[in-house]
Design a protein around this ligand. Structure first.
Ligand code: SF4
Length: 439
């Protein structure tokens, strides 16, 4: 009987990509995915530390796995940001955990799997001095894939734990990136998302002249097949250059959607957050994007309730949202994270005030999204078909290159293919479409 594994992955796209890479190591060794943790020989929890709520949920799950281990043997592994943040402290708090694998130990996963397979025990997992990328991040059978190009962050936004748990920025060898892209295309992948905490600061300096993010994109565009969509996440506004815009304009292989985190609309709060741009600088960048890429949609992250925030700051954020007209936004309120600069800031905004302000921000964004989407009803769009709709089995779910959701009638044979559709109406924030023509 083959050994079996089970993953629980929390948090960001980088965690999802890394779980896929580790899963590949299990598959190469003949392991099979278990239907649930109750049937698995090894459980891997890939953790997130960005919000306290995610950590609390993971503590609860570790309690469940502790109880499970009393009933049947299994190897319990914790990796990801909580593993890096707490290291041995995590095992001390939950002794049922067999291995804690931090950010700089991930290259040892293959050895860890081998040791469990051979029923031996690793006494210590070596730590590498620099982060190393996996060879492949593709999830078997998937037609969409993440492709990490850089890792870590040097920005130290005052509210963010990422630089402490992911470490300093490091860029991936462009030859490895291109090789993985070719491999993904040969496996039928139709959409690739280039991934990094701050993709715009990509820089490769070994062997010859430095390669920055726009030059990397040029190389990718030169090799990418024409039936591939390429996205990238996440862009820091301070590093988003006009040179990058020119490369995007010249190469339609890059989806017309840009996620550009603004976080706040008040200069006072942006400065306290250590974001290193101003409201005016951000709006000027948006103007340039609209001028060069008039078809592109813009999405963002908004963090409300930062210490010291006043009503006037919230008004400025609402005003910026109206001015830009983001198609979508991820909106959340400030959560103090121990170890970050903002943790000890005075003038915390009371919880009920944070929630009320956030509700206003969400309400406005819903209205903006609805209005922008309504204006597109009646047009046509190309979509990548993702899955059968959850609500109706005779309908499919797809996504435009602008990252809009579309449902339309169709059969499962279209999943993983491009199709052109007519956008006929709106249901919530999802288009209803008809007349799908597969490409
Ligand atoms: S840019 Fe700021 S918010 Fe983003 S990962 Fe880096 S420190 Fe965190």
């Amino acid at each position: 009987m083959p050994l079996t594994y089970f993953f629980e992955t929390y948090g960001c796209q980088m965690n999802k990509a890394e779980s896929s890479a580790i899963e590949g190591l299990f598959i190469e060794r003949g392991w099979e995915g278990a239907s649930g943790p109750e049937d698995a020989d090894m459980v891997v929890i890939n953790t997130c530390s960005v919000r306290i709520t995610a950590e609390n949920r993971i503590w609860g799950r570790l309690g469940y796995f502790t109880a499970l281990k009393k009933r049947r043997p299994l190897t319990l592994v914790v990796t990801g940001c909580m593993a890096e943040r707490l290291k041995a402290g995590l095992k001390k708090r939950v002794p049922a955990v067999d291995y804690v694998v931090g950010t700089y130990q991930k290259a040892e996963f293959a050895g860890l799997i081998d040791s469990v397979q051979s029923e031996s025990r690793l006494e210590a997992i070596p730590e590498e001095p620099v982060f190393s990328f996996s060879r492949s991040y593709h999830e078997k059978g998937q037609f969409r894939s993440f492709l990490p190009i850089m890792h870590g962050c040097d920005n130290y936004c005052s509210y963010c734990i990422v630089p402490y748990v992911r470490g300093r920025e490091i860029s991936r060898d462009p030859e490895a990136i291109l090789a993985e892209m070719r491999d993904l295309a040969s496996k039928g992948v139709r959409e690739v998302t280039l991934l990094g905490q701050n993709v715009n600061s990509y820089r490769w300096e070994a062997n010859g002249p430095a390669l920055d993010f726009p030059r990397l994109l040029e190389r990718i565009a030169a090799e990418a097949p024409s039936d591939l969509w390429i996205r990238f996440l996440t862009s820091h506004p301070k590093d988003f250059s006009d040179g990058l815009l020119a490369v995007l304009k010249a190469n339609p292989v890059f989806c017309r959607h840009i996620h550009l985190c603004v976080q706040h609309g008040s200069n006072r709060i942006l400065s306290a957050m250590n974001r290193k741009y101003t409201r005016e600088g951000y709006l000027s960048l948006v103007d340039r994007i609209r001028h060069v890429l008039p078809d592109a949609s813009l999405s963002t992250d908004i963090l409300i309730g930062f210490p010291g925030e006043e009503e006037a700051d919230v008004d400025q954020t609402l005003d910026l949202m109206r001015t830009v007209g983001f198609e979508f936004a991820y909106m959340y309120h400030f959560n103090p994270r121990e170890g970050t600069a903002a943790f000890s800031l005075p003038d915390r905004v009371p919880d009920e005030v944070k929630k009320e302000r956030l509700a206003r921000v969400i309400e406005l964004q819903k209205e903006i999204t609805r209005n922008l989407m309504r204006a597109r009803v009646g047009g046509r769009a190309r979509i990548l078909v993702e899955s059968v709709s959850k609500n109706r089995t005779n309908e499919l779910l797809g996504r435009t290159e602008r990252d809009e959701m579309v449902v339309f009638p169709g059969g499962p044979e279209m999943i993983g293919r491009f199709a052109d559709v007519s956008l006929e109406s709106l249901r919530g924030h999802t288009f209803r479409a008809a007349g799908a023509v597969a490409i």
